[in-house]
Design a protein around this ligand. Sequence first.
Ligand code: PGA
Length: 255
Amino acid sequence: MEKQKDKTMKKLIAGNWKMNTTREEAGRLFSDLAAASESLDFDTIDMLVCPPFTWLMMGYDYLSDVPVMVGAQDCSAEESGAYTGAISAEMIRDTRAEWVIVGHSERRHGYAHDSNQDVLEKATEAWDKGLKTIVCVGETLEERENGQAIDVVKTQIDESMPKGASPDHFVIAYEPVWAIGTGQVASIDDIKDMHEAILDHVSETHGSGEWRVLYGGSVKPNNASDILSLDSVGGVLVGGASLKAQSFVDIASAI
Ligand code: PGA
């Protein structure tokens, strides 16, 4: 019997604004996005924007009439208490944001030194409070050059995805560290190999289902179509190019 290709899985187009935008810029970006997204086919895609914490509620208000979801870029692993400067999953949920990103490489390798265990605890807390979660994984250039990329990513999945996590609540984002914000994109063959390895692995460790594995790292309107045409790519996580409504929407239209 001919194997039917599953057309029901929507690709997730997620934007990570990082630590960018003033209140005025955020308002403009949300309203431009609300207008530009009218051209999109939401039967085939899910759209998500992750602004800084301070603009989460504003995002909900600006985007309430369009099917663009709002998420945060990180959360605390703790429920509440004496953690100065931290933001809990419950607070994020209270803004009516639906998603959170955890384990972004800028937090794993940069200023925050988030370990797999930290990411696991954040993901567990987010799940407990009803947030859908993007768990980011990805190898450094040195790890790729040493032929360790797939093993590193599998270990990150094993150690930072909660047991029992399902594709209804969890998405994995594969973001090679060396491709983030550098303009250097992984080759289509490397993306395909890694995404297939991730899908096989997570199906073994967390059960088969419609797992979405996003690619992230210098995704732009001119490379999105090739990346999104891969069956193993369940969407994209976009940094720089999500700071302009039109380029973000152009990426979403590239499917
Ligand atoms: P970039 O960022 O698209 O600017 O490379 C991607 C990310 O950090 O998620």
